[in-house]
Design a protein around this ligand. Structure first.
Ligand code: DQA
Length: 146
């Protein structure tokens, strides 16, 4: 049995569905967690879904994933563009890492065009809405199964 896949979410994503719905849509983070759990069940993997508004907590989530997770799917939100600490923590994780952005960050302000996390990610999905999480989950499972 494969270890769980950890799906980690950064700041303000707890407000998904309420915050700037014209950019991020109307689905809530609970809806996304439920969709990931349902797809995971279909694919035969367990998903663990977490969110934090605090950089250090996200670093600690990644440390826990070192023993507990087969892969990490992460939407670091604004920390994507600022956090060397999250990049370093991801470098200490040995499994596959996928970076997800709900919006197409490359179509937005120039400060969103650079991602520290992309220096570690095995794949990046941006601009596919919340479906990006499901695409990343499918890819993580197919990669892990070889
Ligand atoms: C985001 C894009 C980031 O630039 C932004 O700070 C977010 C969400 C996305 O999912 O599109 O909070 O990661």
């Amino acid at each position: 049995m494969m270890k769980p896949i950890h799906i980690l979410n950064g700041p303000n994503l707890n407000l998904l569905g309420k915050r700037q719905p014209e950019i991020y849509g109307r689905e809530t983070l609970d809806d996304v967690a439920a969709a990931c759990a349902a797809l995971g069940a279909e694919l035969g993997v367990v998903t663990e879904f977490h969110q934090s508004n605090h950089e250090g907590e996200i670093v600690e989530m990644i440390h826990r994933a070192r023993d507990q997770a087969a892969a990490i799917i992460i939407n670091p939100a604004a920390y994507t563009h600022t956090s060397v600490a999250i990049l370093d923590a991801l470098h200490a994780f040995e499994g596959p890492v996928f970076e997800v952005h709900i919006s197409n960050v490359h179509k937005r302000e120039s400060f969103r065009h650079h991602s520290y996390v992309s220096l570690r990610a095995d794949g990046v999905i941006a601009g596919c809405g919340t479906e990006g999480y499901l695409l990343a989950l499918r890819r993580a499972v197919s990669l892990l199964r070889g």
